[in-house]
Ligand binder design. Structure first.
Ligand code: SF4
Length: 287
């Protein structure tokens, strides 16, 4: 029969455990000193005496405990990886020695590696600061981009420019690119084989630029990079991890053109990015 502790002692132990919990201490180890028949080295006896003395110290009041707990810094947030289990589309990408953006563009050449080449006018490689701390990633070029060969230049692109400026940056400060470099027909989402074929270029771009933060614009880019089937609303606005980098997924500017009410949500996401990068919104000019 296991021995039960007297009620008052049990209550004291519970209070003590709650006190440690308030301080953020959650792991406890069994005190081997109490094992029957075990010889106690002198050093351990001292520890035991110290423990006994501690028992005599009365517990601080609940408010005091709360104040102590509030002063203890919380552990760093855990950044979840939400990819579905299994091999990653992006694992196969090899690091290229002394890589540069012009070298990557040269390697793409007049690419016919996937079926998207059939309907494209121009390859949309990417645009912006080659040393940007912040990279925006969309899913693929649209009609305007396909004609001009530049990412995010249509109506959605103009809204993205406004968003970047609201963050206290210019377009030339950031880098903008897409998961696939050629326009999918009828603006459909890129298919897995197209992403698989084109993604090594995106990974090389990110490795060369080495940004602090990636922002995925829209469900397709986010779900493609994160290799998840979860809806974007389940992870939008949370810091996530992608190949060792911080990633924030938010809504695509094209979605915001159709749903202006969601702009507030996107602005909250971008404010998190600003805080991460130490940016401040520009002061509004007085009229
Ligand atoms: S989408 Fe990428 S892989 Fe496919 S043809 Fe264009 S550049 Fe090549």
């Amino acid at each position: 029969m296991p021995e039960t502790l007297p009620g008052s002692l049990q209550q004291k132990i519970e209070e003590r455990l709650r006190y440690y919990q308030d301080l953020g201490i959650q792991l406890f180890y069994r005190n081997r000193l109490t094992e029957p028949g075990r010889e106690q080295p002198a050093s351990e006896v001292k520890v035991e005496q110290r423990i006994e003395r501690t028992e005599e110290i009365p517990l601080p009041k609940r408010e005091v405990r709360a104040a102590i707990a509030a002063k203890i810094p919380s552990s760093p947030p855990v950044i979840p990886i939400i990819a579905a289990p299994g091999p990653s589309l992006f694992d196969a990408a090899d690091k290229v020695q002394d890589d540069t953006l012009p070298k990557i563009r040269e390697d793409i050449g007049d690419c016919t590696r996937c079926k998207l080449h059939k309907g494209r006018n121009k390859i949309v490689f990417g645009d912006g600061n080659p040393k940007a701390e912040l990279v925006f990633i969309g899913e693929g070029p649209g009609a305007d981009e396909d004609i001009q060969g530049l990412p995010f230049v249509g109506r959605a692109g103009k809204l993205l420019t406004q968003m970047i400026e609201a963050m206290g940056l210019q377009r030339k400060d950031v880098y903008i690119c897409n998961v696939v470099k050629c326009r999918p027909p009828q603006n459909r989402a890129p298919e897995p084989d197209e992403v698989e074929t084109c993604s090594p270029y995106l990974i090389r771009q990110i490795d060369v630029i080495n940004p602090k933060v990636l922002v995925c614009l829209g469900a397709v880019a986010a779900k493609t990079l994160l290799e998840t089937t979860k809806g974007i609303t389940q992870f939008r606005g949370q810091w996530l991890e992608w190949r060792g980098r911080k990633l924030m997924a938010t809504y695509h500017p094209a979605y915001l053109l159709r749903n202006p009410a969601a702009k507030g949500e996107v602005w909250k996401d971008l404010q998190k990015v600003m805080a991460e990068l130490g940016l401040q919104a520009p002061k509004k000019k007085s009229s």
